[in-house]
Design a protein around this ligand. Structure first.
Ligand code: SF4
Length: 271
C-alpha cells in the first residue's frame, strides 16, 4: 500500500492507541508520558540523538503501541521496521500505528521455506509495504568466491555479506528503525532500551517489545490473529538462516539454537 506524505499533526488524527475522541495522539502521548512529539524530518543527527535519549527515558514503561505511535508521529515515512519473520507481531503493531509502514526483510537466500511463507503471508494480510532485501552475491556466487558453506567456515563473514551490509543499505534512507529484539532473549539483551540512539548507523532505534516475554508475544499473536512462523511449533524459538538454526531443547535459552556449537551468538546486526 502506498500512502501520501503526511505531517505528524495530520497523522495524529488517524492513529489508534492512546487516542481519545477529540484528543490527538500527540497530546495523549504527552499527557501520559511527558514525551514530546516533534516532526523529525528537519532534525540533524545531534538533535535526533537527544530526541532518542529523551524518548528512551520517558517511554521506558510505555505500551508497545504507544512507543510505535510516538515513532510514527515523529518519523512518519522515515521509519522502517526490520523483521526476521519469526512472527508478524511487531509488523502488526507497527501497521496499527502507521498503516502502510515499510517492513524490511533480509532475504539471505538461506532461509527456511516456512520463513519465506510467513513473510509472504504477512505481506498479504497486513497493511505494510514489504522491502525484500537481498545480498549483492547469490549463495552460488558466494560459494564460488569464498568457498562452499561459508556459514560453517567463516560465519561472521557470511553474516556480514548476507545480513549486516544489506541491512545497512536498506536502512540508509531512513531516520529510525524498529526491531523486535527482547531483553529475555540473551544476557546481552537484558535491559535493552525501548528507544535509543544507534551510533553505528547514525539513526534512532526503536525496540517496542524490548520488555515483553516470549509468552506475551504469543498472547498478542493469539489475541489479534497474527501469523507465527510454523517452525516455532517445532521448537525453533529463534529463527534465522537454515544452516545456522536448530530447535532449542528443554531448559535452553531462546537463542541457543542459533549458531549452536560455534563461538557466535549474534549476526552483527544488533551487537
Ligand atoms: S545466519 Fe548463517 S547462513 Fe545466515 S548469513 Fe549468518 S552465517 Fe550466513
Amino acid at each position: 500500500m502506498t500512502i501520501a506524505p503526511t505531517s505528524p499533526t495530520q497523522l495524529a488524527s488517524q492513529l489508534p492507541g492512546s487516542v481519545q475522541h477529540g484528543v490527538s495522539a500527540a497530546d495523549a502521548l504527552h499527557a501520559r508520558y511527558g514525551v514530546t512529539v516533534a516532526d523529525a524530518r528537519s532534525l540533524g543527527k545531534a538533535e535526533l540523538e537527544l530526541l532518542a535519549e529523551d524518548a528512551g527515558v520517558r517511554l521506558a514503561d510505555a505500551r508497545a503501541i504507544d512507543i510505535l505511535t510516538w515513532a510514527a508521529l515523529t518519523f512518519g515515512h522515515n521509519l522502517v521496521v526490520a523483521s526476521s519473520m519469526s512472527d508478524g507481531v511487531v509488523a502488526h503493531l507497527a501497521s496499527r500505528a502507521f498503516p502502510g509502514v515499510k517492513v524490511a526483510f533480509l532475504d539471505t537466500g538461506l532461509h527456511f521455506a516456512e520463513t519465506l511463507g510467513t513473510r509472504d503471508a504477512i505481506a498479504a494480510t497486513l497493511d505494510i509495504e514489504l522491502l525484500n532485501t537481498t545480498p549483492a552475491l547469490t549463495v552460488e556466487q558466494q560459494a564460488q568466491k569464498f568457498g562452499p558453506n561459508l556459514w560453517a567456515t567463516d560465519p561472521d563473514k557470511c553474516c556480514e555479506m548476507r545480513k549486516v551490509t544489506p541491512l545497512q543499505q536498506v536502512l540508509a534512507p531512513f531516520q529510525a528503525w524498529v526491531t523486535g529484539i527482547r531483553g529475555d532473549e540473551t544476557a546481552a539483551r537484558v535491559g535493552t532500551p525501548v528507544v535509543l540512539w544507534d551510533e553505528r548507523r547514525g539513526m534512532v532505534k526503536v525496540n517496542p517489545i524490548a520488555r515483553w516475554s516470549h509468552e506475551e508475544v504469543e498472547a498478542y499473536a493469539r489475541r489479534h490473529g497474527v501469523l507465527i512462523n510454523p517452525l516455532q511449533q517445532l521448537g525453533f524459538a529463534s529463527i534465522g538462516c537454515a544452516p545456522c538454526t536448530r530447535p532449542v531443547r528443554p531448559g535452553e535459552s531462546i537463542r541457543a539454537g542459533r549458531w549452536a556449537g560455534a563461538d557466535k551468538s549474534e549476526c552483527g546486526i544488533h551487537a
